[in-house]
Ligand binder design. Structure first.
Ligand code: ZN
Length: 244
């Protein structure tokens, strides 16, 4: 039996025994279910109707992110990573989505090792020649650097990444998301005297996971707004209070 991969588009046909209900016959339909009906998706995935543990836990991690259960999402993503990494040979199309979600969980929770996790993901993606996920990992690293070290370093990182990606791939969805993240840092630096305003919508998905391959335009910008940043930029005159 061929091991299913996560990016075939047509996905995993046939479905396992007992896999019932309309709209649950392919990986694309599972993706749509996680997007539209995450509570239902969580129940379905919990019921272990999905025999492939890597796919099940990767989808479950994204579902839990969608529901705002970041720590549970990290647990599911870690299981997926460990299972995918234990396969011989490890398949990047299975390992990288899970690793990307796990890294995003560290960013969304403000984990102390978030920057390192992003760097590790960049190296992993590079080892498989996956340029798109290298850039996504770099963008997540920019978010983590903003939260934990320096708005200036984060802005420079995102700006360089935006320039590099646009030169290689043109003005695609990822370039748009990178530019918006950089511009959001600029806005935060200019308005940091104001009380921090959380994003209107929590960042629900990790681009480069199983559900979404490309980031939404606000994907990284929303993550910039998710937690307060560290501002080492020059404060505006007469402004003394700092915030995210
Ligand atoms: Zn700043």
């Amino acid at each position: 039996m061929t091991t299913p991969t996560l990016h075939t588009g047509t996905g995993w046909h046939g479905g396992p025994p007992g896999f019932t209900g309309p709209g649950l016959e392919s990986l694309d339909q599972l993706r749509a279910m996680v997007l539209a009906f995450p509570q239902f998706a969580e129940r379905v995935l919990d019921e272990r109707r999905i025999p492939d543990g890597v796919i099940r836990d990767t989808l479950r991690a994204e579902t839990l992110l969608r529901l705002g259960k970041f720590h549970d999402a990290a647990t599911a993503a870690m299981r997926a990573v460990q299972a995918a990494a234990g396969e011989v040979p490890a398949e990047p199309a299975r390992l990288l989505p899970a690793a990307t979600i796990l890294t995003d969980c560290t960013v969304l929770t403000g984990a102390a090792d978030a920057v390192k996790s992003c760097t590790d993901l960049q190296l992993l993606a590079r080892s498989y020649g996956d340029f798109q996920r290298m850039v996504i990992a770099g963008a997540l690293r920019g978010v983590a650097v903003y939260q934990q070290h320096s708005c200036q370093q984060a802005r420079q990182l995102l700006d360089e990444l935006h320039t590099l990606h646009t030169r290689v791939c043109g003005p695609d969805a990822l370039a748009t998301a990178l530019g918006m993240a950089r511009d959001t840092i600029d806005t935060c630096c200019e308005t940091r005297h104001l009380d921090r305003q959380p994003p209107a919508q929590p960042p629900p998905f990790t681009a480069g996971g199983l559900v979404l391959h490309d980031p939404t335009p606000h994907g990284f910008a929303d993550r910039i707004l998710w937690l307060p940043g560290i501002h080492d930029c020059a404060p505006a005159p007469s402004l003394s209070r700092s915030c995210g």
